[in-house]
Design a protein around this ligand. Sequence first.
Ligand code: ADP
Ligand code: MG
Length: 270
Amino acid sequence: MLRGDAAVAPRILAVVNQKGGVGKTTTTINLATALAACQKKVLVIDLDPQGNASTGLGVPRKNRDEDSYSVLIGASAIADATLETEVPRLSIVPSSQDLSGAEIELVTIEDREFRLREALVRHMAPGTNTYDYILIDCPPSLGLLTLNALVAADAVLVPLQCEFYALEGLSQLMRTVERVRTAFNPDLEIQGVVLTMFDRRNNLSLAVAEDVREHFGDKVYRTVIPRNVRVSEAPSHGLPVIVYDMRCTGSQAYIHLASEVMKRERSIAA
Ligand code: ADP
Ligand code: MG
């Protein structure tokens, strides 16, 4: 519904899983970087009060005066809260500690589920959008912040860690998506499920991957993100792993994921 002009409308993806530590932020940062490397203009919106995406993309804390919180409460326009990153074509609306109170503060605000969507609509007045993709990094909950992302998004991208409890909680996530479709955003799609931190020497990883594919069929990307130490080192340098070490297996996987994401877009459009 955000698509005023199909030729210039961005694809808005919410990166969601209510579990922490499953690879949401890592996927947001690196998919965004890989898309930018493919000449796409990309905006990351950091919607997690922990601000890991902001840190991982090298935004110093002192530069977070205008942030996703000020956007949600209507104090800042998206454009004013947007910062360039070291990665060409990749920008970010950072988050700050202020966002941690937002779940509670927003409850009393009118249209509380629509705050992000409305900010994006304002940003995309006809002819003004410059982004091909907007990726929203969500906090590890299905609260009001994640709800704002789901209401604003065209589609949901779910990172799943290859471990025993991976599928647990997923039915709750799917019920939330269904509820958002019914109440707020009928066109919300499942973009896909990406398996993260895969360890091919681990039988459990293999079993979980098989289970997830049985469950979600071709919604599961063929690209699987391996567990790779370079991926976990990169954020402490404020760099996406693709910039930190482009040749490592983690970077290569995210580059493959980006091409799958773009291909899927084309097949949806066809
Ligand atoms: P979430 O945003 O879902 O909480 P993160 O993306 O922050 O999850 O990942 C959780 C932790 O796992 C981080 O320390 C991150 O660096 C690490 N991590 C994520 N993906 C990988 C990977 N493919 N290989 C190794 N470590 C990873
Ligand atoms: Mg995170």
